[in-house]
Each structure stands twice: as C-alpha cells, then as structure tokens.
Design a protein around this ligand. Structure first.
Ligand code: NAD
Length: 353
C-alpha cells in the first residue's frame, strides 16, 4: 500500500500525527504500508510559492491513496484565488479524477445528545451520502451574468452526460452492497430534464444489482426526511449540487464536525481521504483538535481503496472504545466533562486496537 500523506495547515499536522500512530500499529501487525509526505496548501505556498506543487501532485498520482488533513488559514485569505490553499484540493480532485465523494454521517451512541435533533431521532444513525463531483450546474455551460444593470440575467446550466450519471450510480449501488443493501437515488425529475435522465438511468442499471433495493426521492422531500427520520436511509446518491447541500445537512445531524471523515474516489477506487472539517485556525497549535475524523478517514481508506473491511472495522471499534471510556476533546465534551488533548485521544484509540 502506497499512501501519500498530506497534512496541510492549521490543525492538519496535529490530527495527522495521531492517524500516523494508528498506521504504525497496522504496520507493526504486518500490513505492508509505505508512506511518503508532501507539503500542500498554505504550507506548500510558503515553501514553494504554490499550494499544489508539481512534486505533491505527482506523489498523489503515484500513490494508491492520499490521506489529507486540511488546508487554509486567515494568513492566506488575501492571496489571489489561484494561490489560495483551497485550490490545492480542487486541483487534486480534478487531476486525479476523484469524481465520487462519499460522506458518512454516523452518530456514535455516546454522542447522540450532541445533535440539535432529539437523541431518539439520531441515536445509532449510520448513513452514507454519495455526491457526484465533476458535473452538474457547477460546471455546466453556458454560464454567465449579462445585460445592463437593472435588467441583468444570471445563467447556469444543469448538465449531465449519461456516462457521468452511470458511473456515480454504480458507486452508489456498489457502496450499498457493502452496507445494508438499500440505495436511495435523489433527483428532481418532476421539473428538470437532466434529472429525468438521472432517474431513467438509475432504473435501467438497477437489474445489475438485484441484491440492492433501489428507491427514488425528490430532493426537496429528501431534505425534509433527513431531519424527520434520518434512520430510514442507508445510502443516498445525488448529483453535485443536491449532494453538496444534503451532505452538509446530514453531517450536522451528528452535531460533531470533528468526527466525520470523507472519501473522494476515482473509477479504480483510488481515493483521497480527509476529514470534512477545515483547518480550524481558531484552535490550531494548542492540542485541542479532535483527531477522530482524520483517524476515521484512514479507516475509510482501508475499506474503500484497499478492500480491508476488517482493518477498517478494527479502527472504528477502537474509536468507539475511546469514546466509551469517556475520552472527549473540547468539541464533543459536554459542560462539566473533562477534556482530553489531541494526542491523548489518539493514544486512547491506539490502546483500543
Ligand atoms: P473549520 O471546519 O476549520 O472550523 C469550524 C469550527 O469547527 C471551528 O470553530 C473549529 O475550531 C471547529 N473544528 C473544526 N474541526 C475541528 C476538530 N477536528 N476538532 C475540534 N474542533 C474543530 O471551518 P472554517 O473555520 O470555516 O474554516 C477554516 C479554514 O479551513 C478556512 O481557511 C477554510 O477555507 C478552510 N477549509 C478547508 C477545508 C479542507 O481542507 N478540505 C474544508 C473546509 C474549510
């Protein structure tokens, strides 16, 4: 396994250090893992004048998977757009054709009261949202603002090719197959032709997955059902824009941004794995960050790129044990609970392995 390590900025290096301890345990227990690190984001800009240096991109291209921390910070906010740290992640997605974004929303029983919804609605939630990343209204042409002030027109175009829809739906079916075998395809076929095509293709390829139960839901209803009864879902698959909105909504059901990993995969299950949160400049460098999203990103890598579900589960169980033993970083601690540091949380996970 060749894993590229890109810690990035802010809390990135702190939480990555804890994920590397988990990797060390796996290595010690016999997995053949090679790692190589590279600068990315603001750190790369400081050292090389570019957020995604050629050597970093090459490392990502040559590796089987990338473990990514987070990038960005106030220091870089005034840079020209092409030099901003966030450009690095967009560049990696594009150059490596990471078209499928997998975002689990998991509520650990110990943290059910961190959600803004009632604990009985979210306790035990384990949902996966799959978002298409390369098509849709974010990339469709024509796009413009035209006309004279007072009469201006803004235009964007929802654009999907059959091939783009097909490949993300296959990821949806295959992911459902590895879980509870239920896939809900999200569209807006009642008003959008591009979404009618989406639904037609979902129906067309469903017979290839007779073991997976396919349902369809309009996006407005899906947004409502996610807060009404989120546990009805196993895997949801959506286009770029609807997936963007629904995956943020779902992550907030869990109430703990420091706990949620994600994956962005190409057609061969090579992937970039990262926490959904940013570089948290407000707490960086103080040992306060929760490293669990980073560690759970590593677990996702084991499951989706390396097909090692048992190893993924071993990491996930160790995370649960750390939570069950009462370890809480500041983001998940309740008032009055003792808080642990980033490295204490990492150490608790390693102990639980
Ligand atoms: P953020 O996710 O960094 O932080 C939001 C809040 O959540 C902060 O209060 C932060 O302290 C807290 N938080 C986040 N992760 C945490 C963790 N692991 N443990 C404990 N608390 C945590 O979002 P932001 O403040 O809007 O953005 C900060 C920077 O990160 C910006 O420069 C932004 O562009 C960048 N960003 C990067 C990525 C990425 O690298 N993929 C994603 C989002 C934002």
């Amino acid at each position: 396994m060749k894993i590229a390590i890109m810690a990035g900025d802010g809390i990135g290096p702190e939480i990555m250090a804890e994920a590397l301890k988990v990797l060390d345990v796996l290595r010690r227990d016999g997995l053949k893992i090679e790692t190589e690190s590279a600068l990315i984001g603001g750190a790369a800009f400081d050292a090389h004048g570019h957020p995604l240096p050629t050597a970093t991109l090459k490392l990502a291209q040559d590796a089987d998977a990338v473990l990514f921390g987070s990038v960005g910070g106030p220091k870089y906010d005034t840079l020209p757009r092409e030099h901003r740290p966030e450009k690095a992640i967009l560049g990696l997605r594009k150059e490596c054709d990471f078209f499928a974004n997998l975002r689990p929303a998991i509520v650990f029983p110990e943290l059910a009261d961190a959600s803004s919804l009632r604990p009985e609605i979210v306790a035990g939630l384990d949902l996966m949202i799959i978002r298409e990343l390369t098509g849709d209204i974010y990339f469709g042409e024509p796009r413009s603002i035209s006309g004279e002030k007072g009469n201006r027109v803004g235009i964007n175009t929802m654009h999907y090719t059959e091939a783009q829809i097909r490949r993300i739906l296959h990821v949806g079916f295959q992911t459902a197959r590895q879980r509870n075998k239920r896939l809900c395809s999200i569209d807006k076929m009642n008003v959008l032709e591009a979404m009618q095509l989406w639904r037609d293709i979902a129906i067309e390829i469903a017979p290839e997955y007779p073991d997976v139960e396919l349902t369809h839901m309009l996006v407005d209803n899906a947004a409502m059902q996610l807060v009404r009864n989120p546990k009805q879902f196993d895997v949801m698959v959506a286009g770029n824009m609807f997936g963007d909105i629904l995956s943020d909504e779902a992550s907030m059901l869990t109430g703990s941004i420091g706990m949620l990993p994600s994956a962005s995969l190409d057609a061969n299950a090579k992937g970039l794995y990262e926490p959904i949160h940013g570089s948290a400049p407000d707490i960086a460098g103080r040992g306060l960050a929760n490293p669990l999203a980073q560690i759970l990103s590593l677990a996702m890598m084991m499951r989706y790129t390396f097909n090692l579900a048992d190893v993924a589960m071993r990491i996930e169980v160790a995370v649960r044990k750390a939570l069950a033993s009462g370890m809480r970083t500041g983001d998940i601690a309740k008032r009055g609970e003792v808080m642990c540091s980033t490295s204490e949380m990492g150490a608790a996970v390693v102990t639980g392995m």
